[in-house]
Design a protein around this ligand. Structure first.
Ligand code: NDP
Length: 257
């Protein structure tokens, strides 16, 4: 029996990076996948084909194993309609991974209202939108796993990332609140706080900053998206059936340094 057999997961921002790695990990455990991205890009189509193949290799036999949806997670009404469509397509939702995220780094003295809003709307309001749309279905079936992709900077802050750190800290409060509101209905809510993970997002920092950061990481290396996916698999599966309201670090020890 695969760990996620007969389950359906929504993964926001599943086209690339950490979201894609989670989608592939879940698919390999027999999970059917609905993932989102901002546009119907070649990356989205490539990811769709890879996930479909992983689902089939894991023995998923339903006609619909995986579907990609173009969606902007910041739009409340669009997200609500999308989640209803996903339930229509797949029949149910068992796992929601709130992974879509962006950075727009700048120091507070230079931070415009727009730059603040863009980051908070995508990273925090987007997770609210998906949570709000999914929990009625999960509450009715009396089971569900909500996973929030926070960040090590939620706990430690970071100069030049006030918008990002605030949005990621907000996810921890959101997740804890969901754990309390829905624990009795069988819905668990947990956060992952990745450190430096090698994706398009961290590549934008440049080699020098990445290299400089390694001195603060006890494991002396950056992480891989697949390593975050391991934590996300634990939280999605029954391996974590009594785990809710937790914040799991996946940062090579960065937070304790
Ligand atoms: P990437 O930039 O590689 O991928 C981001 C993903 O989010 C893409 O799939 C992108 O879709 C999607 N996305 C962005 N904005 C929206 C939106 N408004 N609506 C829908 N989808 C959107 O990022 P990572 O894989 O590195 O990061 C994934 C998550 O992990 C983020 O929340 C990030 O903050 C968090 N994280 C990352 C760390 C790192 O070091 N990489 C460290 C700590 C946390 P599209 O392809 O269409 O643009």
């Amino acid at each position: 029996m695969k760990l996620l057999q007969n389950k359906v997961a929504i993964i926001t921002g599943g086209t690339r990076g950490i979201g894609k790695a989670i989608a592939l990990k879940y698919a390999g455990e027999g999970c059917r996948i609905a993932f989102t991205g901002r546009s119907d890009s070649p990356a989205m189509q490539q990811t769709l084909a890879e996930i479909e193949a992983a689902c089939r290799a894991a023995g998923v036999s339903e006609e619909l194993a995986c579907k990609a949806y173009v969606n902007d997670s910041t739009n409340f009404n669009e997200v609500d309609a999308l989640v209803k469509k996903i339930v229509e397509d797949f029949g149910h939702i068992d796992i929601l991974v709130n992974n879509a995220g962006i950075t727009k780094d700048t120091l507070m003295l230079r931070m415009s209202e727009q730059v603040w809003d863009d980051v908070v709307d995508t990273n925090l309001k987007g997770a609210f939108n998906f949570t709000h749309a999914c929990v009625p279905f999960m509450a009715r079936q009396r089971s569900g796993s909500l996973i929030y992709m926070s960040s090590v900077v939620a706990q430690g802050g970071n100069a030049g990332q006030a918008n990002y750190a605030a949005s990621k800290a907000g996810l921890i409060g959101l997740s804890h609140s969901m754990a309390k509101e829905f624990g009795a209905r069988g819905i668990r809510a947990n956060c992952i706080t990745p450190g430096l993970i090698l994706t398009d997002m961290s590549a934008a920092l440049g080699d020098k900053i990445i290299e400089d950061n390694l001195q603060y990481i006890p494991m002396k290396r950056a992480g891989k998206p697949e390593e975050v996916a391991g934590a996300a698999l634990f939280l999605a599966s029954d391996l974590s059936s009594y785990v809710t309201g937790s914040v799991i670090s996946c940062d090579g020890g960065r937070f304790i340094f």
